[in-house]
Write a protein that binds this ligand. Structure first.
Ligand SMILES: [Zn+2]
Length: 498
Protein backbone atom coordinates (compact mmCIF):
# COMPACT_ATOMS: atom_id res chain seq x y z
CA UNK A 1 0.00 0.00 0.00
CA UNK A 2 2.97 2.31 0.13
CA UNK A 3 4.31 1.71 -3.34
CA UNK A 4 4.62 4.94 -5.31
CA UNK A 5 3.32 4.97 -8.84
CA UNK A 6 6.04 5.23 -11.52
CA UNK A 7 4.61 8.62 -12.46
CA UNK A 8 5.13 9.96 -8.98
CA UNK A 9 8.69 8.67 -8.86
CA UNK A 10 9.67 10.23 -12.16
CA UNK A 11 8.03 13.48 -11.16
CA UNK A 12 10.14 13.51 -8.02
CA UNK A 13 13.36 12.50 -9.66
CA UNK A 14 14.73 16.01 -10.35
CA UNK A 15 14.19 16.92 -6.69
CA UNK A 16 15.81 13.73 -5.52
CA UNK A 17 18.79 14.66 -7.68
CA UNK A 18 18.85 18.12 -6.14
CA UNK A 19 19.13 16.53 -2.73
CA UNK A 20 22.38 14.92 -3.77
CA UNK A 21 24.07 18.30 -3.77
CA UNK A 22 23.42 19.02 -0.10
CA UNK A 23 26.44 19.56 2.06
CA UNK A 24 27.48 17.07 4.68
CA UNK A 25 27.63 18.37 8.23
CA UNK A 26 31.09 19.07 9.60
CA UNK A 27 32.33 16.40 11.97
CA UNK A 28 34.79 16.88 14.80
CA UNK A 29 38.29 17.30 13.43
CA UNK A 30 40.42 14.20 13.79
CA UNK A 31 42.74 15.62 16.44
CA UNK A 32 39.94 16.01 18.99
CA UNK A 33 39.91 13.03 21.33
CA UNK A 34 36.14 13.14 21.63
CA UNK A 35 33.76 11.56 19.20
CA UNK A 36 30.40 9.83 19.24
CA UNK A 37 30.70 6.29 17.94
CA UNK A 38 28.45 5.96 14.90
CA UNK A 39 25.62 3.42 15.03
CA UNK A 40 25.92 2.75 18.75
CA UNK A 41 29.41 1.38 18.26
CA UNK A 42 28.43 -1.15 15.58
CA UNK A 43 29.78 -1.22 12.04
CA UNK A 44 26.37 -0.46 10.47
CA UNK A 45 22.69 -0.18 11.36
CA UNK A 46 19.51 -1.65 9.93
CA UNK A 47 15.85 -1.05 10.76
CA UNK A 48 13.01 -3.39 9.91
CA UNK A 49 9.83 -1.37 9.38
CA UNK A 50 6.42 -2.85 8.65
CA UNK A 51 3.53 -0.93 7.13
CA UNK A 52 -0.25 -0.85 7.42
CA UNK A 53 -0.89 -3.04 10.50
CA UNK A 54 -1.39 -6.20 8.43
CA UNK A 55 -2.60 -8.94 10.86
CA UNK A 56 0.19 -11.18 9.50
CA UNK A 57 2.60 -8.94 11.40
CA UNK A 58 1.01 -10.09 14.67
CA UNK A 59 0.68 -13.70 13.52
CA UNK A 60 4.07 -14.24 11.87
CA UNK A 61 6.42 -11.26 11.81
CA UNK A 62 6.46 -10.39 15.51
CA UNK A 63 6.61 -13.97 16.90
CA UNK A 64 9.44 -14.84 14.49
CA UNK A 65 11.34 -11.66 15.38
CA UNK A 66 10.90 -12.28 19.08
CA UNK A 67 12.23 -15.82 18.73
CA UNK A 68 15.39 -14.21 17.38
CA UNK A 69 15.44 -11.31 19.83
CA UNK A 70 14.90 -8.76 17.04
CA UNK A 71 12.94 -5.54 17.33
CA UNK A 72 11.40 -3.44 14.57
CA UNK A 73 8.91 -0.68 13.85
CA UNK A 74 5.25 -1.14 12.99
CA UNK A 75 3.56 1.76 11.24
CA UNK A 76 -0.14 1.46 12.06
CA UNK A 77 -3.15 3.10 10.42
CA UNK A 78 -5.34 4.64 13.14
CA UNK A 79 -8.91 4.22 11.98
CA UNK A 80 -9.11 0.60 10.77
CA UNK A 81 -6.81 -0.80 13.48
CA UNK A 82 -7.93 -4.09 15.02
CA UNK A 83 -6.47 -6.41 17.68
CA UNK A 84 -5.46 -3.43 19.80
CA UNK A 85 -4.53 -5.59 22.79
CA UNK A 86 -2.04 -7.59 20.77
CA UNK A 87 -0.39 -4.43 19.41
CA UNK A 88 -0.22 -3.14 22.95
CA UNK A 89 1.60 -6.31 24.01
CA UNK A 90 3.97 -6.01 21.06
CA UNK A 91 4.78 -2.43 22.14
CA UNK A 92 5.38 -3.57 25.72
CA UNK A 93 7.77 -6.24 24.49
CA UNK A 94 9.93 -3.60 22.80
CA UNK A 95 8.54 -3.41 19.28
CA UNK A 96 8.15 0.21 18.17
CA UNK A 97 4.77 1.63 17.12
CA UNK A 98 4.83 4.35 14.46
CA UNK A 99 2.21 6.56 12.82
CA UNK A 100 0.93 5.64 9.34
CA UNK A 101 -1.90 8.20 9.39
CA UNK A 102 -5.59 7.81 10.22
CA UNK A 103 -7.01 6.62 6.90
CA UNK A 104 -4.03 6.03 4.58
CA UNK A 105 -5.33 8.34 1.86
CA UNK A 106 -3.43 9.94 -1.01
CA UNK A 107 -2.21 13.48 -0.25
CA UNK A 108 -4.34 14.75 -3.16
CA UNK A 109 -7.46 13.65 -1.27
CA UNK A 110 -6.65 15.55 1.92
CA UNK A 111 -8.04 18.95 2.91
CA UNK A 112 -6.01 21.20 5.22
CA UNK A 113 -8.03 19.91 8.18
CA UNK A 114 -7.46 16.30 7.11
CA UNK A 115 -3.71 16.84 6.94
CA UNK A 116 -3.77 17.73 10.59
CA UNK A 117 -6.10 14.99 11.81
CA UNK A 118 -4.37 12.27 9.78
CA UNK A 119 -1.27 12.90 11.88
CA UNK A 120 -2.57 14.18 15.21
CA UNK A 121 -5.56 11.89 15.74
CA UNK A 122 -3.47 8.82 14.93
CA UNK A 123 -0.67 9.87 17.23
CA UNK A 124 -3.13 10.27 20.14
CA UNK A 125 -4.69 6.85 19.57
CA UNK A 126 -1.37 5.05 19.16
CA UNK A 127 0.18 6.71 22.21
CA UNK A 128 -2.69 5.45 24.31
CA UNK A 129 -2.15 2.00 22.85
CA UNK A 130 1.63 1.97 23.17
CA UNK A 131 1.72 3.70 26.56
CA UNK A 132 4.55 5.92 25.34
CA UNK A 133 5.18 8.78 22.91
CA UNK A 134 4.77 7.90 19.22
CA UNK A 135 7.20 10.24 17.45
CA UNK A 136 7.84 8.61 14.08
CA UNK A 137 5.73 8.40 10.95
CA UNK A 138 5.74 6.70 7.55
CA UNK A 139 3.95 8.46 4.68
CA UNK A 140 1.19 6.43 2.96
CA UNK A 141 2.13 5.79 -0.67
CA UNK A 142 5.34 7.66 0.25
CA UNK A 143 3.53 10.84 -0.77
CA UNK A 144 4.52 14.07 0.94
CA UNK A 145 2.66 17.37 0.60
CA UNK A 146 3.83 20.57 2.31
CA UNK A 147 0.67 20.62 4.44
CA UNK A 148 1.11 17.05 5.62
CA UNK A 149 4.82 17.58 6.20
CA UNK A 150 4.08 20.58 8.41
CA UNK A 151 2.06 18.40 10.80
CA UNK A 152 4.64 15.66 10.67
CA UNK A 153 7.35 18.17 11.61
CA UNK A 154 5.28 19.30 14.57
CA UNK A 155 4.56 15.77 15.81
CA UNK A 156 7.48 13.59 14.80
CA UNK A 157 11.24 13.92 15.02
CA UNK A 158 11.75 11.84 11.91
CA UNK A 159 9.65 10.29 9.15
CA UNK A 160 10.19 7.51 6.65
CA UNK A 161 9.69 7.86 2.92
CA UNK A 162 10.35 5.40 0.11
CA UNK A 163 13.20 4.41 -2.17
CA UNK A 164 15.54 7.25 -3.11
CA UNK A 165 18.76 7.59 -5.05
CA UNK A 166 20.74 6.83 -1.88
CA UNK A 167 19.24 4.18 0.39
CA UNK A 168 22.39 3.70 2.46
CA UNK A 169 22.80 6.55 4.91
CA UNK A 170 26.38 7.06 6.03
CA UNK A 171 27.34 8.95 9.22
CA UNK A 172 28.65 12.06 7.43
CA UNK A 173 25.43 12.67 5.50
CA UNK A 174 22.96 15.37 6.49
CA UNK A 175 19.67 13.66 5.68
CA UNK A 176 16.17 15.05 5.34
CA UNK A 177 14.87 13.80 8.69
CA UNK A 178 11.31 14.20 7.47
CA UNK A 179 11.89 11.92 4.49
CA UNK A 180 14.39 9.17 5.24
CA UNK A 181 14.73 6.60 2.45
CA UNK A 182 13.74 2.95 2.64
CA UNK A 183 13.92 -0.16 0.46
CA UNK A 184 10.67 -2.03 -0.11
CA UNK A 185 10.36 -5.81 -0.03
CA UNK A 186 8.52 -7.32 -3.03
CA UNK A 187 6.85 -10.67 -3.71
CA UNK A 188 9.10 -11.34 -6.69
CA UNK A 189 12.45 -10.61 -5.02
CA UNK A 190 14.70 -13.61 -4.38
CA UNK A 191 16.34 -14.08 -0.99
CA UNK A 192 19.67 -12.87 -2.42
CA UNK A 193 18.25 -9.37 -2.90
CA UNK A 194 17.70 -8.94 0.81
CA UNK A 195 21.03 -10.48 1.72
CA UNK A 196 22.75 -8.06 -0.66
CA UNK A 197 21.05 -5.11 1.08
CA UNK A 198 22.57 -6.21 4.38
CA UNK A 199 25.99 -6.82 2.83
CA UNK A 200 25.99 -3.44 1.14
CA UNK A 201 24.90 -1.74 4.34
CA UNK A 202 27.78 -3.36 6.23
CA UNK A 203 30.36 -2.63 3.56
CA UNK A 204 29.36 1.07 3.55
CA UNK A 205 29.09 1.38 7.34
CA UNK A 206 25.62 2.78 6.70
CA UNK A 207 22.06 2.68 8.01
CA UNK A 208 19.41 1.18 5.76
CA UNK A 209 15.67 0.86 6.33
CA UNK A 210 13.47 -1.92 5.05
CA UNK A 211 9.85 -1.20 4.18
CA UNK A 212 8.06 -4.51 4.65
CA UNK A 213 4.44 -5.12 3.73
CA UNK A 214 2.73 -8.54 3.71
CA UNK A 215 4.17 -12.01 4.30
CA UNK A 216 2.91 -15.22 2.69
CA UNK A 217 -0.48 -16.12 4.20
CA UNK A 218 -1.75 -12.56 3.85
CA UNK A 219 -3.67 -11.16 0.87
CA UNK A 220 -2.43 -7.61 1.57
CA UNK A 221 0.15 -5.72 -0.47
CA UNK A 222 3.17 -7.60 -1.92
CA UNK A 223 3.36 -10.68 0.32
CA UNK A 224 6.88 -12.13 0.42
CA UNK A 225 7.45 -15.89 0.72
CA UNK A 226 7.65 -16.99 4.34
CA UNK A 227 10.77 -19.13 3.85
CA UNK A 228 12.61 -16.13 2.38
CA UNK A 229 11.47 -13.93 5.24
CA UNK A 230 12.70 -16.44 7.85
CA UNK A 231 15.98 -17.07 6.08
CA UNK A 232 16.51 -13.32 6.00
CA UNK A 233 15.83 -12.97 9.73
CA UNK A 234 18.35 -15.78 10.36
CA UNK A 235 20.92 -13.94 8.28
CA UNK A 236 20.38 -10.81 10.39
CA UNK A 237 20.97 -12.84 13.54
CA UNK A 238 24.23 -14.08 12.04
CA UNK A 239 25.35 -10.46 11.57
CA UNK A 240 24.26 -9.22 14.99
CA UNK A 241 27.76 -8.67 16.34
CA UNK A 242 28.54 -6.05 13.69
CA UNK A 243 25.07 -4.83 12.71
CA UNK A 244 22.89 -2.69 14.99
CA UNK A 245 19.39 -3.98 14.31
CA UNK A 246 17.02 -1.61 16.07
CA UNK A 247 13.72 0.20 15.51
CA UNK A 248 13.60 3.24 13.24
CA UNK A 249 13.10 5.66 16.15
CA UNK A 250 16.06 4.32 18.13
CA UNK A 251 18.60 4.51 15.34
CA UNK A 252 17.28 7.86 14.11
CA UNK A 253 17.35 9.44 17.58
CA UNK A 254 20.90 8.24 18.13
CA UNK A 255 22.08 9.64 14.83
CA UNK A 256 20.29 12.98 15.24
CA UNK A 257 21.74 13.49 18.71
CA UNK A 258 25.18 12.51 17.42
CA UNK A 259 24.86 15.31 14.85
CA UNK A 260 24.15 18.00 17.47
CA UNK A 261 26.99 16.84 19.65
CA UNK A 262 29.35 17.08 16.73
CA UNK A 263 28.41 20.76 16.42
CA UNK A 264 28.60 21.68 20.10
CA UNK A 265 31.34 24.16 20.82
CA UNK A 266 33.11 23.09 24.00
CA UNK A 267 33.65 25.72 26.69
CA UNK A 268 36.72 25.60 28.88
CA UNK A 269 36.59 26.68 32.54
CA UNK A 270 39.83 25.97 34.39
CA UNK A 271 40.41 22.22 34.32
CA UNK A 272 36.90 21.63 33.13
CA UNK A 273 35.58 21.42 29.61
CA UNK A 274 31.80 21.70 29.33
CA UNK A 275 29.52 20.82 26.44
CA UNK A 276 25.94 22.09 26.41
CA UNK A 277 23.22 21.19 23.93
CA UNK A 278 19.48 21.59 23.68
CA UNK A 279 17.07 18.79 22.96
CA UNK A 280 14.27 19.70 20.52
CA UNK A 281 10.75 19.62 22.00
CA UNK A 282 9.77 16.62 19.86
CA UNK A 283 12.41 14.04 20.66
CA UNK A 284 12.41 10.75 22.56
CA UNK A 285 13.68 10.48 26.13
CA UNK A 286 16.27 8.03 27.30
CA UNK A 287 18.63 8.26 24.32
CA UNK A 288 22.18 7.31 25.30
CA UNK A 289 25.14 7.81 23.00
CA UNK A 290 28.44 6.02 23.14
CA UNK A 291 31.27 8.54 23.08
CA UNK A 292 34.95 7.87 22.77
CA UNK A 293 36.79 10.31 25.07
CA UNK A 294 40.51 10.10 25.64
CA UNK A 295 42.48 11.45 28.55
CA UNK A 296 44.65 10.42 31.48
CA UNK A 297 43.00 11.09 34.85
CA UNK A 298 39.83 12.06 33.04
CA UNK A 299 36.67 12.61 35.09
CA UNK A 300 33.40 12.62 33.15
CA UNK A 301 30.19 13.90 34.74
CA UNK A 302 26.64 14.70 33.68
CA UNK A 303 24.43 16.77 35.97
CA UNK A 304 27.12 16.53 38.64
CA UNK A 305 27.10 12.71 38.63
CA UNK A 306 30.05 10.62 37.60
CA UNK A 307 29.79 8.76 34.30
CA UNK A 308 31.77 5.55 34.25
CA UNK A 309 33.27 4.17 31.05
CA UNK A 310 31.61 1.18 29.37
CA UNK A 311 34.98 0.05 28.08
CA UNK A 312 38.36 1.84 28.01
CA UNK A 313 37.73 5.42 26.77
CA UNK A 314 34.08 4.76 25.83
CA UNK A 315 31.47 6.57 27.93
CA UNK A 316 27.66 6.51 27.85
CA UNK A 317 26.34 10.04 27.27
CA UNK A 318 22.71 10.67 28.25
CA UNK A 319 21.15 13.07 25.76
CA UNK A 320 18.45 14.09 28.26
CA UNK A 321 21.10 15.65 30.54
CA UNK A 322 21.84 18.27 27.82
CA UNK A 323 25.29 18.72 29.36
CA UNK A 324 28.59 16.90 29.66
CA UNK A 325 31.55 17.96 31.78
CA UNK A 326 35.07 16.66 31.29
CA UNK A 327 37.74 17.28 33.87
CA UNK A 328 41.43 16.93 33.04
CA UNK A 329 40.52 16.21 29.45
CA UNK A 330 43.52 15.89 27.17
CA UNK A 331 41.81 18.33 24.93
CA UNK A 332 42.37 22.03 24.50
CA UNK A 333 39.14 23.50 23.15
CA UNK A 334 40.62 26.94 22.52
CA UNK A 335 42.79 25.44 19.85
CA UNK A 336 40.13 23.18 18.48
CA UNK A 337 37.06 25.39 18.40
CA UNK A 338 38.06 27.56 15.40
CA UNK A 339 38.65 24.48 13.28
CA UNK A 340 35.28 23.06 14.31
CA UNK A 341 33.48 26.34 13.61
CA UNK A 342 35.00 27.07 10.21
CA UNK A 343 35.52 23.93 8.12
CA UNK A 344 36.84 25.58 4.92
CA UNK A 345 36.94 29.34 4.43
CA UNK A 346 35.17 30.53 1.29
CA UNK A 347 37.26 32.44 -1.26
CA UNK A 348 36.71 36.16 -1.65
CA UNK A 349 34.98 36.83 -4.99
CA UNK A 350 33.09 39.62 -6.78
CA UNK A 351 30.11 37.52 -7.77
CA UNK A 352 28.12 35.09 -5.68
CA UNK A 353 25.18 33.08 -6.93
CA UNK A 354 23.97 30.58 -4.34
CA UNK A 355 21.02 28.24 -4.34
CA UNK A 356 19.89 28.06 -0.72
CA UNK A 357 19.32 24.39 0.06
CA UNK A 358 20.16 23.47 -3.54
CA UNK A 359 22.82 21.97 -5.77
CA UNK A 360 24.99 23.43 -8.54
CA UNK A 361 22.97 24.55 -11.57
CA UNK A 362 22.95 27.01 -14.51
CA UNK A 363 20.20 29.54 -15.11
CA UNK A 364 18.61 30.30 -18.49
CA UNK A 365 21.21 33.04 -19.15
CA UNK A 366 24.01 30.53 -18.61
CA UNK A 367 25.09 31.90 -15.22
CA UNK A 368 26.34 29.25 -12.83
CA UNK A 369 24.58 29.02 -9.45
CA UNK A 370 26.52 27.24 -6.73
CA UNK A 371 25.28 24.72 -4.23
CA UNK A 372 24.36 26.02 -0.80
CA UNK A 373 27.35 27.45 1.11
CA UNK A 374 28.44 30.24 3.42
CA UNK A 375 25.46 29.70 5.68
CA UNK A 376 25.09 29.39 9.39
CA UNK A 377 22.10 27.65 11.00
CA UNK A 378 18.75 27.05 9.34
CA UNK A 379 17.37 23.98 7.67
CA UNK A 380 16.78 23.07 4.05
CA UNK A 381 13.72 22.06 2.04
CA UNK A 382 12.74 21.46 -1.55
CA UNK A 383 9.32 21.68 -3.15
CA UNK A 384 7.72 20.13 -6.21
CA UNK A 385 4.90 22.69 -6.27
CA UNK A 386 4.31 24.46 -9.61
CA UNK A 387 6.28 27.68 -9.24
CA UNK A 388 5.66 30.64 -11.55
CA UNK A 389 8.44 33.14 -12.07
CA UNK A 390 9.55 35.58 -14.74
CA UNK A 391 12.34 33.11 -15.45
CA UNK A 392 14.24 30.22 -13.89
CA UNK A 393 11.42 28.86 -11.75
CA UNK A 394 13.73 26.10 -10.53
CA UNK A 395 15.73 28.63 -8.54
CA UNK A 396 12.67 29.06 -6.32
CA UNK A 397 12.23 25.39 -5.48
CA UNK A 398 14.92 24.98 -2.87
CA UNK A 399 15.25 26.97 0.29
CA UNK A 400 16.99 27.52 3.59
CA UNK A 401 14.63 28.30 6.41
CA UNK A 402 14.73 28.92 10.14
CA UNK A 403 14.00 31.31 12.99
CA UNK A 404 17.39 32.95 12.61
CA UNK A 405 19.97 32.03 10.02
CA UNK A 406 22.56 33.87 7.99
CA UNK A 407 25.00 33.85 5.13
CA UNK A 408 28.50 35.39 5.21
CA UNK A 409 30.06 35.87 1.78
CA UNK A 410 33.62 37.20 1.41
CA UNK A 411 34.01 39.89 -1.29
CA UNK A 412 36.76 42.29 -2.39
CA UNK A 413 36.35 46.00 -1.53
CA UNK A 414 33.73 47.82 -3.59
CA UNK A 415 30.04 48.50 -3.92
CA UNK A 416 27.64 45.61 -4.35
CA UNK A 417 24.08 44.78 -5.17
CA UNK A 418 22.34 41.93 -3.32
CA UNK A 419 19.40 40.22 -4.96
CA UNK A 420 17.33 37.70 -2.98
CA UNK A 421 14.84 35.26 -4.48
CA UNK A 422 11.78 34.02 -2.64
CA UNK A 423 8.60 32.05 -3.21
CA UNK A 424 5.99 31.18 -0.62
CA UNK A 425 5.28 27.47 -0.93
CA UNK A 426 4.17 26.69 2.58
CA UNK A 427 1.99 29.14 4.51
CA UNK A 428 -1.41 29.84 3.03
CA UNK A 429 -2.43 33.22 4.47
CA UNK A 430 -0.77 36.65 4.75
CA UNK A 431 0.56 37.19 8.25
CA UNK A 432 1.51 33.55 8.73
CA UNK A 433 5.17 34.17 7.93
CA UNK A 434 6.85 37.47 8.80
CA UNK A 435 10.56 38.12 8.94
CA UNK A 436 13.31 40.72 8.81
CA UNK A 437 16.35 40.86 6.57
CA UNK A 438 19.57 42.45 7.80
CA UNK A 439 22.65 43.11 5.70
CA UNK A 440 25.84 43.73 7.70
CA UNK A 441 23.68 44.43 10.74
CA UNK A 442 21.44 46.96 9.06
CA UNK A 443 17.74 46.17 8.68
CA UNK A 444 17.10 46.44 4.94
CA UNK A 445 13.63 44.93 5.08
CA UNK A 446 11.46 44.80 8.22
CA UNK A 447 8.28 42.80 8.82
CA UNK A 448 8.53 41.21 5.40
CA UNK A 449 5.34 39.26 4.70
CA UNK A 450 6.40 37.12 1.77
CA UNK A 451 2.96 35.84 0.77
CA UNK A 452 1.45 39.32 0.93
CA UNK A 453 4.28 40.83 -1.13
CA UNK A 454 4.20 38.08 -3.75
CA UNK A 455 0.40 38.22 -3.97
CA UNK A 456 0.01 34.45 -4.19
CA UNK A 457 1.56 31.15 -3.21
CA UNK A 458 4.11 29.54 -5.52
CA UNK A 459 4.97 32.86 -7.13
CA UNK A 460 8.57 33.98 -7.50
CA UNK A 461 9.51 37.29 -5.88
CA UNK A 462 12.81 39.20 -6.03
CA UNK A 463 14.14 41.82 -3.63
CA UNK A 464 17.20 43.86 -4.60
CA UNK A 465 19.33 45.91 -2.24
CA UNK A 466 21.85 48.40 -3.57
CA UNK A 467 24.84 50.32 -2.23
CA UNK A 468 26.09 47.43 -0.10
CA UNK A 469 29.73 47.44 1.05
CA UNK A 470 31.64 44.64 2.78
CA UNK A 471 32.02 44.88 6.55
CA UNK A 472 35.31 45.05 8.48
CA UNK A 473 35.78 41.26 7.91
CA UNK A 474 35.53 41.76 4.15
CA UNK A 475 32.17 40.02 4.05
CA UNK A 476 28.59 40.68 3.11
CA UNK A 477 26.51 39.16 5.89
CA UNK A 478 22.86 38.56 5.20
CA UNK A 479 20.77 37.58 8.18
CA UNK A 480 17.16 36.38 8.23
CA UNK A 481 15.20 36.55 11.50
CA UNK A 482 11.55 35.61 11.88
CA UNK A 483 8.90 37.14 14.12
CA UNK A 484 6.15 34.81 12.84
CA UNK A 485 6.85 31.19 11.73
CA UNK A 486 10.25 30.95 10.02
CA UNK A 487 12.27 33.11 7.68
CA UNK A 488 13.29 31.65 4.31
CA UNK A 489 15.27 32.37 1.16
CA UNK A 490 15.53 30.45 -2.12
CA UNK A 491 18.58 31.97 -3.77
CA UNK A 492 21.12 34.75 -3.23
CA UNK A 493 22.96 36.80 -5.82
CA UNK A 494 25.73 39.27 -4.94
CA UNK A 495 27.16 41.38 -7.79
CA UNK A 496 29.91 44.01 -7.74
CA UNK A 497 28.63 47.29 -9.18
CA UNK A 498 31.68 49.58 -8.66
ZN1 LIG B 1 0.98 1.93 3.67
Amino acid sequence: MSQPSPLRLSRNLPFILLLLGFLAAPAFPKDVPFRVLPWNGYKAALSLTYDDGDPIHLDVAIPEMQKRDLRGTFFLIGKPLTRDDEWKKAAESGQEIGNHTWTHRHTSELTGADEKSEVVQTRAKLEKLAGKPVLTLAYPFVEISPGLRKWVEANDFEARGGGQSQNYLTPGMDPDWMNLPSQATMTAFPYETYQSWVDQDLSQGAWTLLMIHAIEGSTWYQPIPKDIYLKFLDYLVEKKSELWIAPFGEVGAYWRAEKWLEKVEPKKAGKKTVLHWKKPSVFPSGVVLKAHIEGGGLVVTQGGKAVLPLSPDVYPVAVDAQELTLENAAWIPEKVAPAAAAPTPLPSQETWRIRAGGADAKDSAGNPWAKDQGFQDGDIAVTDRPITAKRDADLYRTERWGKDFSYALPVPQGEYQVRLLFAETYVKKPGERVFDILINGERVLGNFDLLKSAGAMDKGLEKTFKGIRPDADGKIKIRFTASVQNAKVCAIEVLKIH
